[in-house]
Design a protein. Sequence first.
Length: 131
Amino acid sequence: FGFTREVFPDVAAPDTSQMPALVSPITAEMVRAEGARRLAMIAAPYSPDERETWSQQVMEAKAIQADANADAPLLTLLATADGVPVAAVAATVLAKAEAFAAAAGAVLAAQRVLLAMDPVPADYAGASRWP
C-alpha cells in the first residue's frame, strides 16, 4: 500500500535497534566447515585406511629418493604388486604428495582470506571464493 508519513503523521516509526538481524552473520565456524568440506573432497578418492599410510609412503619415498637401496617395505610391496620398480612408486608417491599439498594449501589460503574479512561475505561458500 505504500503508506507514508503524510497519510499517518501521528504514527511513530518503529524502533528497529532491538530487532534481530534478518540474515545471521557468517561465523568462522561456517567458513572452516566449508574449508573442511573442500579438503575432504580432495582426499575423497582415497579410503581413510589408505590415507593412514600416506605419511609412511612419503617417508619411504624420500628414503628411496636419497638411497635407492633404502629399506621401504610398504613401497616395495606396492611396487611388486604393480610390477614396477620401487623408484617408480616412490616418484609417484612424492608427486601425489606435492599435488595434494598444493591443493590443500590453496583451500587453506582461501579460508584464511575469508576469515580475515569483516564481515565475511554472504557468498563465502561460492565457487568464486575457493580454488
